[in-house]
Design a protein around this ligand. Sequence first.
Ligand code: S3P
Length: 182
Amino acid sequence: MGMIFRIILSMQKRLFLVGYMGVGKSTWAKKLGKAMDLPVHDLDQILESQLGMSISAYIQERGELAFRKLEKQAVLDCKDLDGVISVGGGTPCFYDNMAQLKQLGHTVYLHAPVGFLTKRLQDSFKAGAQRPLLSGVDLDDYAEFIGKHLMERQAFYAECHSRIAVDKEDVLARLLECYQTK
Ligand code: S3P
């Protein structure tokens, strides 16, 4: 295969990281980007820079539905990006976003058990991170909320091309394999 052709092919490759809040989508996107020298994008960050405010502030001001509409457009705009793209926890669960993501690239579901996510999200709340969907939820009720919410979203996440159990597998090795072989 010619060099230029290879470069073009690799430029067009997109890997989407999907999964519940707190599972580490952005962190793993950065690690894979560094390991493979790939561009790294974060859909939440793209939206925040478009909005000029945090997603939290936007949802508080305009409501979740308004946010989901912008998010839908941001998914479509991914056609102009390449490399590794982490999306929001709810992105695949609205409109036909999951089908769009699958058409645009290889989708990877980062899976973790409720206990793992609960601990991560409690720690991140204590460290000051704002997650609008958890804003009314008492820290002691996180496990119950997350368990129910994850069940509702599972069907969407399960549509991804690949699945990695972040608490059990060598995540970077699996991501490299997904990127190189898909
Ligand atoms: C959301 C997850 C957030 C962000 C928004 C809604 C969700 O992203 O998109 O607050 O519905 O799960 P992270 O998964 O990166 O926290």
